[in-house]
Write a protein that binds this ligand. Structure first.
Ligand SMILES: Nc1ncnc2c1ncn2[C@@H]1O[C@H](COP(=O)(O)OP(=O)(O)OP(=O)(O)O)[C@@H](O)[C@H]1O
Ligand SMILES: [Mg+2]
Length: 371
């Protein structure tokens, strides 16, 4: 028997292409918040306002004071594979911005009721562009302060299969808050204000990375009070941040924050190196808590391996693993479980050997000579 004739091959309609991309990039309201706030940060914003309704399902409105977008470029901003962030392969391989794929806005716009409004500092007035059901409207004048606002209403209104997977308002809000916490840790220079259902719910005031305010605001006083400051460089790699002393261990991995060149990522090899560094000083089954920033030349790490950019690939992952392991092992050897900050500052750390560890809080850490 002959096989039936094949169905003809046809190009997919634009909206479906965007919805397929959205399937990878937009899992839930928190993914929308992530993409939009990352765009604000890439645009140099020092302040981002995040308004949410019903856990972000009904409304996500993100306003920034960044560079803005030219009126005639608004349609391009919501077009697939259009970006201002890279122009060729060399720039992709050395990318330093959080975004580079040119697909977040069109993906989000294809699964929501979407409005983009913007104004550059020297524009006479702002402009706006609306998209509904994948249809791009006209660019119209709109009053707007310098910066950009993106409004996303009724996420997944046209994708019932996805809508079904959304959880309770609290749960979705929790995911958004968790992501904002990880951003707030890495970018204390950016002020973040969050409101939910019309009520101000959180505000991260601007500060410095090692001012220690954000650390307590995000992870709590307990973590901040006993965390050990780490800062070590070698072979073009730098690892800095805070690690919890072994007595402050967790039952889960909920306080493990890793950033590679400022991007929050999960990396099994680095997580393994940290776990090994704690090794026998941690009780069985307990998890270490840490906030670690790994910095290296962007050409030594591939960020283009995951559509939502949750993972990276190191060109020399063995070297990275060993560097992280060694740095933290030395830092932990310099601490004693249960010692107070003063005791560690007075005796156990060795600034002359590169200053791998000092105790927080930052107010006293500066007097130890590491900050
Ligand atoms: N808040 C913003 N302020 C200024 N420009 C913006 C803002 N949001 C988006 N843009 C512009 O729109 C373009 C498209 O944004 P989009 O998020 O779709 O892609 P991207 O950030 O370039 O890459 P990615 O898909 O990886 O996020 C950006 O390259 C940028 O030029
Ligand atoms: Mg983006």
């Amino acid at each position: 028997m002959n096989a039936p004739d094949p169905r003809p091959i046809r190009p997919l309609p634009e909206i479906l292409i965007n919805q397929i991309a959205a399937g990878e990039v937009v899992e839930r309201p928190a993914s929308v918040v992530k993409e939009l706030v990352e765009n604000a940060i890439d645009a140099g914003a020092s302040r981002v306002d995040i308004e949410l309704e019903e856990g972000g399902v009904r409304l996500i409105r993100i306003r920034d004071n960044g560079s803005g977008i030219a009126a005639e470029q608004l349609p391009l901003a919501v077009s697939r594979h259009a970006t201002s962030k890279i122009a060729n392969l060399d720039e992709l391989e050395a990318v330093a911005t959080l975004g580079f794929r040119g697909e977040a806005l069109p993906s989000i716009a294809s699964v929501s009721r979407f409005t983009l409004s913007s104004r550059r500092a020297h524009d006479e007035h702002g402009s706006a562009l609306q998209i509904e059901g994948g249809k791009i409207g006209e660019v119209t004048p709109r009053a707007h302060a310098p910066g950009t606002t993106v409004e996303v209403r009724e996420l997944f209104y046209n994708v019932p299969a996805r809508r079904k997977f959304l959880r309770a308002e609290r749960t979705e809000l929790g995911h958004i808050e968790e992501w904002l916490r990880s951003l707030a840790l890495a970018r204390p220079d950016v002020e973040l204000r969050v409101s939910h259902n019309g009520k101000a719910s959180r505000r991260y005031k601007p500060g410095d990375l090692y001012s220690d305010v954000r650390l307590a605001e995000t992870l709590g006083e307990d973590f901040a009070n006993q965390a050990v400051r780490v800062d070590h460089s070698s072979a073009g790699l730098r690892l800095h941040g805070w690690i919890a002393q072994p007595h402050y261990s967790r039952a889960s991995t909920d306080q493990q924050y890793l950033y590679v060149n400022g991007r929050s990522v999960r990396d099994r090899s680095v997580a393994h190196a940290v776990k090994m560094a704690y090794g026998d000083v941690l009780y069985h089954g307990r998890q270490p808590a840490y906030v670690l920033f790994l910095e290296l030349d962007p050409t030594r790490v591939d960020v283009n391996v995951h559509p939502a950019k949750h993972e990276v690939r190191f060109r020399d992952s063995r070297l990275v693993h060993d560097f992280v392991y060694r740095t933290l092992k030395d830092a932990l050897a310099d601490t004693r479980a249960g010692m107070t900050a003063q005791e560690i500052g007075a005796g156990a750390a060795h600034p002359a050997e590169g200053g791998s560890a000092s105790a927080m809080p930052g107010a006293t850490a500066s007097s130890f000579g590491y900050v």
